[in-house]
Design a binder for this molecule. Structure first.
Ligand code: FE
Length: 194
């Protein structure tokens, strides 16, 4: 199966589920994040990263109700491991870092907290809260940390009820182009996302 068909199948199976505590589905959230990336004229790898940043949530069973979500499932690691087997690090690394990027922005941008949705404030507690300064320095040493911050921004924006966007099929040619460029090697873990 090619990667596009694989992704389509995953979204068809689980994408209609609610995006934790928000008024959009998982599929709508993904499409909105990709749409905002395109609007920002992001490079193709980053558009695909935005589209697939939460694929870890679709690859595993997670509770429907956010109040039942008592453990951080580390969806960013599950998703980036999956992506690293199909794409280059330009796609998988911003995904791995998109949760740390939230913790990073809380420490480095005083206005960021006010921009978070109530559900995102709840998950923040499970994700470890704002970064300590030594974590900020470590995060900034990541090759793709700026890209991760951009994906985070589109992730935060992608919660608009009823927003019209291009559909998943509109991205499949791009997905295939990028997947073919990536070496088909087993994923390498780059260490825990802290
Ligand atoms: Fe998200």
């Amino acid at each position: 199966m090619n990667v596009g068909a694989e992704i389509l199948g995953i979204f068809q199976q689980r994408g209609s589920g609610a995006y934790f505590g928000e008024r959009v589905s998982m599929s709508e959230h993904a499409l909105q994040a990709a749409h905002f990336a395109q609007t920002a004229a992001a490079p193709p790898e980053l558009v695909v990263a935005a589209l697939l940043h939460d694929i870890g949530h679709l690859l595993e069973d997670v509770p429907d109700d956010i109040v039942d979500w008592v453990v951080d499932a580390h969806h960013e690691q599950i998703g980036s491991d999956w992506l690293a087997r199909r794409f280059g690090p330009e796609v998988s690394e911003p995904v791995r870092l998109h949760v740390p990027a939230k913790r990073y922005l809380l420490t480095t941008n005083p206005e960021y907290f006010a921009s978070l949705s109530p559900a995102s404030v709840i998950t923040l507690k499970l994700q470890g809260g704002p970064m300590a300064m030594h974590e900020v320095a470590k995060f900034e040493s990541e090759r793709f940390y700026r890209e991760a911050v951009r994906v985070r921004h589109w992730d935060d924006l992608g919660k608009v009820q009823g927003l019209q966007t291009p559909g998943l099929s509109d991205y499949l040619a791009l997905v295939e182009t990028l997947a073919k460029q990536a070496p088909q090697l087993p994923a390498k873990r780059s260490g825990p996302a802290t």
